[in-house]
Write a protein that binds this ligand. Sequence first.
Ligand code: COA
Length: 288
Amino acid sequence: MSSPAPIPDSKATFRPDLFKGKVLFCTGGRSGICYGIVETMMSHGVDAIIVGRDAKGLQESADRLSSKTGQKCIAASADVRDPEQIKKAVDLAQKTFGRIDFVICGAAGNFLAPISSLSERAFRTVVEIDLLGTYHTIKATLPLVRESKGSYIHISATLHYRGLPYQAHVSAAKAGVDALSGVLAVEEGPRGVRSNVIAPGPIGGTVGMDRLTPKGWKPEGDVPLGRMGETSDIANAAVFLFSPAAAWITGTVTVVDGGEHHIRQMSLPYPQSLLDPESVKSLIRPKL
Ligand code: COA
């Protein structure tokens, strides 16, 4: 492949003060894709609150985001599975900033396991984080987002577009997230609130890539645009979807994957990985 897609800086396209005076509430912002979105949004003037389970890591990320961008970022330690904890995080945002304009529902958990060895609790855990966590975040933030006529972005995936082995739990959860976003768009559109989904492809340097892809897997050959994604590819899409340029866009799923889902190969050998799971054990990251 001769010319992979360039990785543009969002400020080459969007004004640096695009989100001045606005506030972003983000679950899962400590690291990876959501951290990248928050950093880019802050570089366009937004203040932010990042929400997650790891209080210490979250505070370190918030401090780093503030010093790097010159905007204010605070941390709220909360588990998205607990509606009371999310409500407290929203109260902290209101007390600190007085408003919420943008919400990213990004908290997620995942691991590779076939249905036959997926415990009921394991399935439930991922559905509770990804799907119920999104529901709790919507419920808690909606009164403030209605006031600001704000906008939601839910971080989903492309893996449920086909029956991808070892991913039943997250496929079910993300299909639910896509559906929830569509309903939110229709119910809240008349009040001026928008809701969209971003479905990322393989993004380098994230926990998802580190933990979920078999050792040695290189996706570049499976990506029409010739390279693995960067967190900035997702952040640029989020800046557009939150911006006034997307004022008439709601209820959509934006796939940001360099075209990967159209030609994706199975990363584990098929059907060998299902008929003889022991044979691929060495390729899968150990249980967390
Ligand atoms: N394979 C099979 N089952 C697994 C598993 C794995 N790799 N990892 C966790 N589980 C099961 C556990 O065994 C448990 O079920 P059990 O009690 O029947 O044994 C259930 O899932 C809950 O696990 P637990 O570790 O107690 O839950 P948790 O709430 O602390 O964390 C995750 C769950 C999913 C968040 C955790 O696996 C994690 O931290 N993942 C890393 C984050 C991540 O995946 N990010 C990328 C998102 S794309």
